[in-house]
Design a protein around this ligand. Sequence first.
Ligand SMILES: [Zn+2]
Length: 180
Amino acid sequence: MFNGQLPKHISPRKLAYQSAELQGVLPVASCPRLKDMLADDRAEISVNLRFEVDEQRRPLVTGELEATLSMVCQRCLDVAEIQFVACVNMAVVRNDEQARNLPANLDPLFVEDEAVELLPLLEEEVILNMPAFAYHENDTCHSNQETYSTLPEGGADELDVEDVQRPNPFSVLAGLKTGK
Ligand SMILES: [Zn+2]
């Protein structure tokens, strides 16, 4: 139906009744808020959306957003490439009451008028689903491997700063000896 260039506006209800599909690429460079959260704006988000009406006559928007995002590694402050995938599971609603009645697996997409701007909608989905902090895999991180190689999966949060900074007792002894 659409391929490549994404439309600026979509009418999700109309597309749902047409069982439409929408595929295309969204350059990060055109997403002002997302751009500010990344190390550079070269990435492209691959967008794959399906529109359908479920048994309750609810217009649904489902699909996937995928990208390789450049984020700053919080261990070494170098750029880390993060594989990003988000599943979209939304139902088009007109008001809070409809939103409250949705099952837990569906997020409300508030659409009053027929047309919504697509870019801010997709940008918001990426921002909501991207990790708050990025880290390289342990073996590719450029930080001091000796300090960090024994870290658990949780990352730098688990780091006991005291342990790292406490001087080795033997080097203190050695210093005392030579100080005689
Ligand atoms: Zn790193």
